[in-house]
Design a protein around this ligand. Structure first.
Ligand code: HEM
Length: 403
């Protein structure tokens, strides 16, 4: 147990050079449900690091609630808390189910499958333009645009405004070090996004279309409609969740390929592996590091007694490397199958709404890159986001060598 007291998997600084695998490995082996001594708050803060326990917490909303905020270290005023509880991410069934049902059918495998052609066109355009430029930041060249185009189209945001989504989403992500509420720029970004959402909502009310914003502002079967704040929070959630995550998967996936050139060659020779590669990329990168829940009563988890109201953080980035589930977890293997990673969550009511869409985006982008690019050469080491929530890359200078 010697190394335990130094393990602080909440510290954003520890993520600057990647997921703190050594810390998670120690925790999984010695203290899979661990209350860090530096975080002795009256409401406790437990790190849950094993695959089975992360699944159990995710699938038991009656024991581990989302309604008392899911941001990892958030300290909120009562007013902020009241607002956040209007976002479906921070709700439990049955309230959560009502909001989720408003958007669920826009994200089924069938609906997503119908977007494949459009997505492939977007990938072709992005990779063609990237090759024409040749040298630059891989995020700008290849990773940022696809998620933006897709989410803008789904939501009914005019395509020329997609860079606004990029900007707001970035400013929010830069503040995910547990002090989001105190970060002035993130707060301004939120207000800008709300104002934009309200204008867009008004435009769609005047002229509804087949998009998510039009669906969100419409009355439901019972004649009820979302309040302005509920709508704004929905807009914010979809914008952030659909954008930041997929971009980091695409960028982090390329870093993994650069670090494992044999896997890049394997994909180029076997493009049929692209769906497996997409899963392995999400496991390896774990774009969402974890989320928080709150115990609704005293409950046993991984041999520990969690007290009612204790905070519990489920770390997908640790579960995805659990030696008891994944053979050679630290080997990047684009043919890994089965691959029961928890990159999209551990199941349960909040299981990622956009997972089919995200998988298709990553798969098609990697098929396209593997077909047209012989090699991606790093020009400098990447810069990573300093965050305990988003495992992200902020810049990645590269040269693309065409096939
Ligand atoms: C929820 C990961 C892409 C929309 C989540 C959760 C994770 C996650 C870990 C929380 C699950 C839980 O609490 O059980 C990812 C990753 C992505 C991705 C790694 C890309 C590789 C997307 C996309 C969208 C999206 C493209 C499209 C809009 C959402 C929403 C939620 C969510 C709305 C909240 C669901 C709820 O509270 O019911 N995602 N996501 N995600 N994701 Fe994704």
């Amino acid at each position: 147990m010697s190394a335990l007291p130094t393990v602080d998997v909440y510290d954003p600084v520890r993520y600057e050079s990647g997921i703190p695998h050594d810390d998670f490995r120690v925790l999984r082996a010695q203290a899979p449900v661990f209350r860090h001594p530096d975080h002795e708050r009256p409401d406790g803060l437990w790190a849950v690091t094993r695959h089975a326990d992360v699944m159990r917490v995710s699938r038991s909303p009656e024991l581990f609630s989302s309604s008392r905020c899911t941001a990892i270290l958030a300290e909120m005023t009562e007013e902020q808390h009241t607002q956040q509880r209007l976002m479906m991410l921070n709700m439990d069934p049955p309230e959560h189910s009502r909001l989720r049902s408003l958007v669920n059918r826009g994200f089924t495998p069938k609906v997503v499958g119908r977007m494949a052609e459009r997505l492939q066109d977007a990938c072709d355009t992005i990779v063609d333009s990237a090759l024409a430029v040749g040298t630059g930041d891989f995020i700008d060249l290849c990773a940022a645009d696809l998620p933006l185009i897709v989410i803008a189209e789904l939501m009914g945001v005019p395509i020329e405004d997609r860079h606004k989504l990029f900007d707001w989403s970035n400013r929010l992500a830069s503040a995910t070090d547990g002090r989001m509420d105190q970060n002035g720029d993130a707060a301004v970004a939120v207000l800008e996004a709300y104002a934009y959402a309200n204008d867009l909502g008004a435009a769609k009310r005047a002229c509804p279309a087949d998009d998510i914003v039009s669906r969100l502002i419409a009355k439901d079967d019972q004649g009820e409609e979302l309040s302005e704040l509920e709508f704004d929070l929905f807009f914010l959630l979809l914008m952030f969740a659909g954008n930041e995550t997929t971009r980091n998967a695409i960028a982090g996936g390329m870093q993994a390929m650069i670090d494992h050139p044999d896997q890049w060659e394997r994909l180029r020779e076997n493009p049929g592996l692209a769906p497996h590669a997409a899963d392995e990329i999400v496991r390896w990168v774990s774009p969402v590091n974890g989320f928080r829940r709150t115990a609704t009563r005293d409950v046993e988890l991984g041999g520990q007694l969690i007290r009612e109201n204790d905070k519990v953080v489920i770390f997908y980035a640790s579960a995805n490397f659990d030696e008891s589930v994944f053979e050679d977890p630290y080997t990047f293997d684009i043919g890994r199958s089965p691959n029961p990673h928890l990159g999209f969550g551990g199941g349960g009511p909040h299981f990622c709404l956009g997972r089919h869409l995200a998988m298709l985006e990553v798969e098609l982008m990697y098929r396209t890159l593997a077909a047209r690019v012989r090699r991606v050469e790093p020009l400098r080491p990447p810069n990573r986001l300093r965050s305990n929530f988003v495992n992200g890359v902020t810049s990645m200078p590269v040269r693309l060598i065409p096939a």
